[in-house]
Design a binder for this molecule. Structure first.
Ligand code: MG
Length: 313
């Protein structure tokens, strides 16, 4: 990234500023260079944030998303080889017409419990989902919900299923990832440790999220960290970025409600560290709106927060 100074120099604006300064022009005039509108940032939206306000009128809703300033979207609602009740090609065209790029999609396989018996069936599901998502033109396909996990054996099977899904997606040029909530920060305990006493400073067992990170192939599975749910799971996103550098190319940027208002999310630290570790894409997510505004208004306030935040590139 070039600095603002380098950019201005290239544009010849720094020289003008210098001359203006020497001719005794007011600082205000020189400052006008700095108040030029900033280049548009790449800010994505997880469309689940809009709920019915979008699904009631998809073509116009997508246009409204673009008008707010978002340029990419991550889908939610793919099932039975359609987006809601809309044909894939048709949905893609609506997004194209709105000037939005569909870069990602959240998809859950029908099975909640993974076993040796249904692994092949789940792989079959991902084959179809990948085929369909090639038509959407996505870069990433993400599973947003945790399968049923009670012990280490369950995690091992889940990791195997994830690796397989990643392999299927990769063969079509799509990256496959997993999105967390707070449950992934619970622990599973081995049989021999079941009687050990656990306390907050010396917990017994292994954190499911860490087992997933360690049990999946980084070439096949990435992790779309939802930073809010990580904090709700009583963990620090930065510690994970540090410990598993490169595994989090995509983030869900979420707060308790409208971004930046709860005071519980240090987005500046999160973005700084995420960029260092190769952040490629992020999506705003807004749930549980509490401000008495519409979802669209809330989604706009989230956009404004990020577009004005100096730490978002
Ligand atoms: Mg999320």
């Amino acid at each position: 990234m070039e600095t603002k100074r380098e950019f201005l120099k290239k544009m010849g604006l720094l020289a003008i500023g210098a001359v203006a300064g020497s001719q005794g022009m007011t600082t205000r005039a020189t400052n006008s260079v700095w108040s030029m509108p900033a280049a548009q940032k790449n800010i994505g939206l997880q469309i689940y944030s809009l709920g019915r306000e979008l699904t009631e009128d998809v073509p116009n809703g997508l246009k409204k998303i673009r008008q707010i300033g978002y340029n990419t979207i991550e889908l939610a609602g793919y099932r039975d080889r359609k987006m809601g009740n809309i044909d894939i090609k048709e949905y893609r065209k609506m997004a194209d017409d709105a000037g939005l790029k569909i870069t990602g999609s959240h998809v859950n396989p029908p099975a909640r419990k993974y076993t040796r018996d249904n692994m092949a069936e789940i792989a079959g599901f991902w084959k179809e989902a990948v085929e369909d998502h090639v038509q959407f033109g996505v870069k990433t396909l993400v599973q947003p919900s945790m399968p049923s996990i009670e012990n280490h054996e369950d995690v091992a099977i889940v990791c195997e299923v994830f690796n397989k899904a990643g392999e299927i997606a990769r063969s079509a040029g799509i990256k496959w990832g997993y999105h967390n909530h707070h449950m992934e920060f619970q622990r599973v305990v081995k049989e021999e440790d079941k009687n050990k006493r656990s306390n907050p400073w010396m917990p017994v067992g292994d954190v499911i999220y860490d087992l997933m990170l360690n049990g999946t192939d980084p070439k096949l599975v990435f992790f779309e960290m939802d930073v809010y749910w990580t904090v709700m799971g009583q963990n620090d996103p930065l510690e994970y970025f540090e410990k598993y550098a490169g595994r989090f190319p995509v983030l869900h940027i979420k707060d308790r409600s409208i971004l930046g208002r709860s005071g519980m999310m240090n987005f500046e630290n999160i973005f700084n560290k995420a960029y260092q570790n190769g952040l490629d894409e992020f999506y705003v997510e807004l749930e549980n709106i509490r401000e008495g505004v519409s979802q669209f208004e809330g989604v706009k306030l989230c956009y404004d927060y990020l577009s004005q935040a100096p730490f978002v590139k």
